[in-house]
Ligand binder design. Structure first.
Ligand code: NDP
Ligand code: GDR
Length: 355
């Protein structure tokens, strides 16, 4: 039986990956942070009583900012595979917490690699590093592939750049199986509530149900290549099952503006929204409602721009080229953007109908 260790197991990807690996017969270990309130909501359904025999899902307290703790856990678990998903993952927040972000997202990656090396596990343990399309930052070429130059645009992306290169360096210097998945944005009903897609699907649900007046967003023009997290954790696993350690871009190859994601989310409920005005004065108005269940007035402004959500330096356009992962890994996503919006809206409208 293979053993996997997942950092960031309480996050969106950690939860889906743990589910996937358990379904493949792995023993799954995860690192969770101590918090004053319980933070395991996304993985509670996987919890097993440690007093039972043959437990396959085990959590350890830990933090990527603490080397001794990382070394101890890696020594105890002796994992065949480590998925380093733990990170301060919010781009906007990284401008407020740049040093912490560097510690966790940059040096945290080094701590994992060093733990494996110091414990003499370089031939046993494969390491997956959660790299990101944010590395591309300011557009150098489109679509972005494994060979596109990087130009990070936030403390988050700069920290992740260190994580990317230190992974490549340990692979080359110590012949370790250490690889980067350069994943473009991926979303789901488990997505954190302050990332734009989930912020939108939650607000749209509440506006339709009369529980919220308006949704305030930042840059409506930003373009993202959005996929479904369920598809992307499959790719993470595939990357570690290859004979040769290589880095891969995981993306859909389709890009969409934030504004369009809003429109699609309202459309799921039968509400048509049109945008008018420019820049900070742009608004989204209801132009029709085809579902009598939702009481939204025609002409009502339901979306406005609030500059407080602008970033000091923005990533305007991301569109990935998934050719390598599709041909070499045989990876094909099951969800397109419509299916993603449907999945998220279905989940959020159900949550708020029950409130
Ligand atoms: P989430 O923000 O949902 O989850 C992040 C996880 O990291 C959480 O479990 C969080 O714990 C944990 N974490 C945060 N700080 C620390 C720390 N100091 N020590 C240990 N663990 C910590 O992110 P996602 O699941 O969306 O993303 C997973 C990884 O993939 C991240 O590294 C992210 O940067 C990267 N990525 C994500 C993409 C996406 O579109 N989702 C795209 C490309 C890369 P807690 O629950 O306690 O906060
Ligand atoms: P991103 O995701 O920065 O791409 O990072 P996010 O959903 O935060 O932003 C996407 C785009 O939407 C614009 N935007 C807003 N964003 C947020 N969060 N809130 C708003 O109100 C808002 N209005 C407009 C942003 O400016 C941006 O252009 C995510 C994270 O998961 C990273 O960890 C990961 O590495 C990258 O995706 C790939």
């Amino acid at each position: 039986m293979k053993k996997a260790l997942i950092t960031g197991i309480t996050g969106q990807d950690g939860a889906y990956l743990a589910e996937l690996l358990l379904s493949k017969g792995y023993e799954v270990h995860g690192i969770k942070r101590r918090s004053s309130l319980i933070n395991t909501q996304r993985i509670d359904h996987l919890y097993e009583d440690l007093h039972e025999d043959d437990v396959k899902f085990i959590l350890h307290y830990g933090d990527l900012s603490d080397s001794t703790n990382i070394i101890r856990i890696v020594q105890e678990v002796q994992p065949d595979e480590i998925y380093n998903l733990g990170a301060m993952s919010h781009v906007k927040v990284s401008f407020d917490e740049p040093e912490y972000t560097a510690q966790v997202d940059g040096i945290g990656t080094l701590r994992i690699l060093e733990a494996v090396r110091l414990l003499g596990l370089t031939k046993k343990t494969k390491i997956y590093q959660a790299s990101t399309s944010e590395l591309y930052g300011l557009v150098q070429e489109v679509p972005q592939s494994e060979t596109t130059p990087f130009y990070p645009r936030s403390p988050y992306a700069v920290a992740k750049l260190y994580g990317y290169w230190i992974t490549v360096n340990y692979r080359e210097a110590y012949d370790m199986f250490a690889v980067n998945g350069i994943l473009f944005n991926h979303e789901s009903p488990l997505r954190g509530e302050t990332f734009v897609t989930r912020k939108i699907t939650r607000a749209v649900s509440q506006i339709a149900l009369g529980q919220q007046e308006r949704l305030y967003l930042g840059n409506l023009d930003a373009q993202r290549d959005w996929g479904h997290a369920k598809d992307y954790v499959e790719a993470m696993w595939l990357i570690l099952q290859q004979e040769v350690a290589e880095d891969y871009v995981i993306a859909t190859g389709v890009t969409t503006r934030v504004r369009e994601f809003v429109r699609m989310s309202f459309a799921y409920l039968g509400i048509e929204v049109a945008f008018e005005g420019e820049g900070v004065n742009e608004v989204g108005k209801v132009v029709a409602c085809h579902n009598s269940e939702y009481q939204v007035e025609i002409g009502k402004i339901v979306v406005s721009v609030d500059e407080k959500y602008f970033r000091p330096t923005e990533v305007e356009l991301l569109i990935g080229d998934p050719t390598k992962s599709m041909t070499k890994l045989g990876w094909t996503p099951k969800y397109d953007l419509n299916a993603l919006v449907d999945d998220m809206m279905q989940a959020d409208i159900a949550i708020f109908k029950n409130k």
